[in-house]
Design a binder for this molecule. Structure first.
Ligand SMILES: [Zn+2]
Length: 327
């Protein structure tokens, strides 16, 4: 049965118990696609809950499994670009993943985040040099295990890692039935974990921005399910914005954000219908403006996060243009 332990564990244990193949039965009626993290010793297939129930109802079932599959190694790339100026020992990294699931066009997850990143980079290129260097990271291969961001962090030596002031993540900002979630750097939610000190100060910058706009925001769980994970594990203060995926919108949240209570924030999450038509453009506009404000803020100063102020200016005088860049 699907659930509890990882697919990989189920398959490994089956092989060790002498099975020649493993069949994982979904806990719901429909069929599903699971991922076995490492190459397994035996073939593994997933079946729908309906097929599984049929099979399990047959006494003394003898099952023959024929699998036609291929294991291939492929290359993938992350694309990084940085401002030519700004302190390179206090770098602000801003990231979004470039890849999407195979099931669909992946426009909200994560065309929305990468579009925000690209537009912000273009606008920043038109501005004078920031105080702190800003590095834009378009991550490859997030969906198959946060590969691009993890490899990037693993490849930094101690000095280069120490030069990173903070990391901002943008993974879905145009969810159809959206909310305004600020990644939970203070770890207010019981499910959040592992945020290095300074992460709460990142969240506060976004929260203050939304409050100034008269827009409700709330903490979004730091679940480790996106590219901030490797940065947090390496001790880099992390934050970012998120418009919601498979969580269900409450009545109260429908009052705050509009949309439909009782429905998930993105009903098209990881499906063939994650299309341009199903992107919520109010969500894109609001979260982009907030995101650009955050990038501009930290490009100017990371003082609230790590106590590092620009060497060139003692007072922080924010021009506050960032949130207008993307309108
Ligand atoms: Zn994503």
């Amino acid at each position: 049965m699907r659930g509890s332990c990882a697919f990989e564990d189920k398959v490994t244990h089956s092989a060790e118990a002498g099975a020649s193949a493993a069949v994982v039965v979904n806990n719901e009626d429909e069929v599903f696609l699971g991922t076995v993290g490492e190459l397994s010793a035996i073939p593994a297939v997933g079946v729908s809950g309906l097929v599984g129930a049929d099979l399990l109802s047959i006494p003394d079932l003898e099952l023959r499994v024929t699998v036609d599959s291929e294991v291939r190694q492929e290359s993938s790339y992350s694309v990084l670009a940085e401002t030519p100026g700004g302190r390179d020992d206090n770098v602000v990294v801003v990231g979004a993943h470039l890849d999407g699931v195979e099931e669909g066009p992946a426009i909200n997850d994560n065309g929305s985040g990468t579009a925000f990143l690209l537009e912000t980079a273009i606008r920043m290129a038109e501005q004078p040099d920031p105080n702190n260097q800003v590095r834009f990271a378009f991550w490859g291969t997030e969906e198959s295990g946060l590969v691009g961001s993890s490899e990037y962090v693993a490849g930094l030596d101690e000095q280069r890692l120490d030069d990173l002031a903070l990391y901002l993540n943008f993974d879905m900002i145009g969810s159809h039935n959206y909310g305004r979630f600020v990644l939970d750097g203070r770890m207010d939610l019981p499910e959040s974990g592992g945020a290095p000190s300074g992460s709460g100060a990142i969240a506060k910058v976004f929260e203050d921005y939304f409050e100034e706009q008269g827009q409700v925001s709330e903490p979004g769980v730091l679940s480790g399910r996106s590219d901030y994970l490797a940065f947090m594990q390496a001790g880099v203060p992390s934050g970012g914005l998120f418009s919601g995926a498979d969580g269900v919108k409450s009545e109260e949240q429908a009052e705050w954000y509009g949309g439909t209570a009782g429905q998930t924030f993105d009903p098209y999450y990881h499906t063939a219908d994650d299309t341009m038509e199903n992107v919520n453009w109010d969500s894109v506009a609001e979260l982009s403006a907030a995101g650009a404000h955050g990038v501009e803020f930290f490009a100017e100063s990371t003082l609230p996060v790590n106590g590092v102020l620009s060497m060139s200016s003692v007072t922080v005088d924010l021009p506050r243009k960032g949130d207008a860049w993307l309108r």
